[in-house]
Design a protein around this ligand. Structure first.
Ligand code: ZN
Length: 272
């Protein structure tokens, strides 16, 4: 069994997707965001010379499902996710269109494909010797998250965005309390030597749970401590603290997009 990560060139890669190659099959995990990247993903898949049997989704955000149309390229394959992920994508897609069209233009697919096959928490799908089992987390980093473990020993995990690879994080959906709980749930469940394939960077290891927990709590503390009588200054203070905590601008815009929504959820500013 081989695990391929895309895009193969990681420089500036915004989001990762994966192909698991078994003896006779390819199984994709997530689909990337843009038309070009998901089309290139499909081209690499075709070069491997085996049929795509299924796509498994790790969560409901557009950088994970937006490339489905180019990835499946008309193949009649199951696109598998828990019902909660399917519902969140269908519910939020119109809003994502409003946000992403101005940002990405025609790179945000005009015709989106949604997951078509629901799976229950703890259920599995198998292709040759590869058995994938879903963990239905509910709200976490996105409105609904669903990591997949591969094999009975659960030492290979497609974690989605439960850990970021030392990049700034998106917290705008407001489920940071659930996310923190899920970190402990997954930390307890997964073996200490598991390899964690993630949506933004990686692969990561069990010791990286601590970093992710610290990122979330540092962010929420920074938003809480800011002086919201001066909203622009408050935002700048949070950005300064978070770029001091993590001195990179990688995905910084996702963190910046999260400041006001979290301040609203904490009741620090009036809802827009
Ligand atoms: Zn993501």
């Amino acid at each position: 069994m081989n695990i391929h990560r895309f895009p193969r060139k990681q420089d500036g890669a915004f989001v990762n997707a994966y192909l698991v190659e078994t003896e006779t099959s390819l199984v994709a995990i997530d689909s990337l965001l843009t038309v070009s990247e998901s089309r290139a993903f499909r081209a690499e898949l075709d070069q491997l010379g085996k049929p795509l049997r299924a796509v498994l989704l790790t969560q409901a955000h557009p950088d994970h499902y937006g490339g489905l149309t180019e990835l499946v390229a008309g193949d009649d394959v199951p696109i598998v996710a828990p019902q909660g992920v399917i519902d969140a994508i269908a519910r939020d897609d119109d809003v994502k269109e409003q946000i992403l069209r101005p940002m990405f233009g025609d790179e945000w697919a005009h015709e989106r494909t949604f997951p078509n096959t629901a799976i229950a928490d703890g259920a599995s799908v198998a292709f040759d010797d590869a058995v994938f089992t879903v963990i239905d987390l509910g709200p976490s980093e996105s409105p609904h998250d669903s990591p997949w473990v591969l094999g009975e020993d659960e030492r290979i995990v497609f974690l989605g965005d439960q850990i970021y690879g030392r990049k700034h994080c998106y917290l705008a959906d407001g489920f940071f309390r659930e996310w923190l709980q899920n970190i402990e749930r997954l930390r307890r469940r997964l073996p200490a030597d598991a390899v964690l394939y993630i949506g933004h960077g990686g692969p990561m290891r069990a010791e990286d749970w601590d970093w992710q927990r610290r990122y979330i709590t540092t962010f929420v503390d920074a938003v809480t401590a800011a002086d919201w009588s001066q909203p622009e200054a408050a935002k700048a203070t949070v950005v300064a603290l978070m770029t001091e905590f993590l001195p990179t601008d990688e995905l910084q815009f996702l963190m910046e997009l999260s400041i006001e929504p979290v301040a609203e959820q904490l009741g620090l500013v009036a809802r827009a």
